[in-house]
Design a protein around this ligand. Structure first.
Ligand SMILES: NC(=O)c1ccc[n+]([C@@H]2O[C@H](COP(=O)([O-])OP(=O)(O)OC[C@H]3O[C@@H](n4cnc5c(N)ncnc54)[C@H](OP(=O)(O)O)[C@@H]3O)[C@@H](O)[C@H]2O)c1
Length: 319
């Protein structure tokens, strides 16, 4: 295997998508560890769906390492109402960045996959070798197919050109910098619901389904730490590689913790006429654990930090 030197503190590191949940955590971590030469461009400066703009960025800045955390991301509603945009934009962003990274001699590139690319009926916990062995969830098929193409593209460029391009597949990520809007992820939408119910004095909060489905939640700063660890490995990391905590939590348990943290004193009710989705989605993170990395932030601690940040930055109330 071709060896790559560890990332130097002054290496040119491009974080694509640095304003997003994961990209902003990568930037925080890189800065904290003393990396000084970060390449960061907003969408207005470089629209990654536009190849000429991406080429201008690479020729001007010559990145040595790339975290490809830019993507068109959204929940079921956005995916089902704008499926063409999801497949087009994701294919364009990743195709442009991966191809130009090869053309401009990038030493190592990390592409962000998603756990939704695993087959809907995959055995649990999901091992990397289960990818592309069955049909994916139909509600996010255009997004998932684009992600599968990105995984395959990294693999193909590696096989043909010998470059160190690989994919990470994180569990559900939450934390500081998350989106608190109508298309929010489960953690941020529960935080908003319980916080607002407390302020408005509601007697109860109603959640969809039975509360029994189990999901895996990874604090965003743990993910950023894992990504830097992989970027710095002497040998190319296993590809693809799952990054999770190795533990799942039921929606009911999650809701109980968030209720406690937000200080809501009413009841939690479950509308069992609504669908539950898959009973369990847990990544098998043995590859990552085998390399010696484990997530450090307990769920409750990560949720407390996220709620504090939500109060300060989203609601503007101070903790
Ligand atoms: N969050 C999760 O739970 C999770 C789990 C597994 C995998 N992932 C994957 O990790 C990656 C990052 O996710 P995230 O949650 O951090 O997403 P996010 O918060 O929505 O951030 C996406 C980033 O991509 C940028 N972007 C989108 N379209 C662009 C374009 N045309 N040109 C330039 N920049 C563009 C956004 O810029 P703007 O600020 O201008 O929109 C933003 O900086 C995605 O590939 C996602 O599928 C996420």
């Amino acid at each position: 295997m071709r060896e790559v030197s560890r990332v130097e503190r002054d290496s040119r590191i491009y974080v694509a998508g640095h304003t997003g949940l994961i990209g902003s955590a990568l930037v925080r971590r890189l800065k904290k560890e003393g990396y000084t030469n970060l390449i960061l461009r907003t969408r207005d400066q470089t629209d990654l769906t536009n190849k000429a703009q991406v080429e201008a960025l690479f020729s001007e800045t010559r990145p040595e390492y790339v975290f490809l955390a830019a993507a068109r991301v959204g929940g079921i509603k956005a995916n089902s109402t704008r499926p063409a945009e999801f497949i087009y934009e994701n294919l364009m962003i990743q195709t442009n960045v991966i191809d130009l990274a090869w053309r401009y001699g990038v030493k190592r590139l990390m592409f962000f996959g998603s756990s939704c690319v695993y087959p809907k009926q995959a055995e649990q916990p999901m091992k990397e070798e289960y990818l592309m062995t069955g049909k994916i969830e139909p509600t996010n098929e255009p997004f998932g197919v684009a992600k599968l193409a990105g995984i395959s593209m990294c693999r193909a460029y590696r096989a043909q050109y010998g470059v160190e391009f690989f994919t990470v597949i994180p569990a559900n990520v939450y934390g500081v910098g998350d989106h608190f809007n109508e298309d929010a992820h489960v953690v941020s939408s529960l935080i908003m619901k319980f916080h607002r119910a407390k302020l408005e004095g509601h007697p109860s909060v109603t959640l969809w389904g039975t509360g029994r489905p189990r999901r895996e939640f990874l604090y965003v700063d743990d993910l950023a730490e894992a990504c830097l660890f992989l970027m710095n490995l002497k040998e190319l990391p296993p590809d693809p590689i799952n990054i999770g905590r190795g533990e799942d939590t039921s929606v009911r348990e999650l809701a109980e913790i968030i209720k406690e943290i937000t200080g809501f004193t009413g009841n939690i009710e479950f509308d069992t006429t609504r669908p539950d989705g898959n009973p369990r989605r847990l990544l098998d993170s043995s590859r990552m654990h085998g390399l010696g990395w484990r997530a450090k932030t307990p769920l409750e601690e990560g949720l407390k930090r996220t709620y504090r940040w939500y109060l300060e930055c989203v609601e503007g109330q101070g903790a």
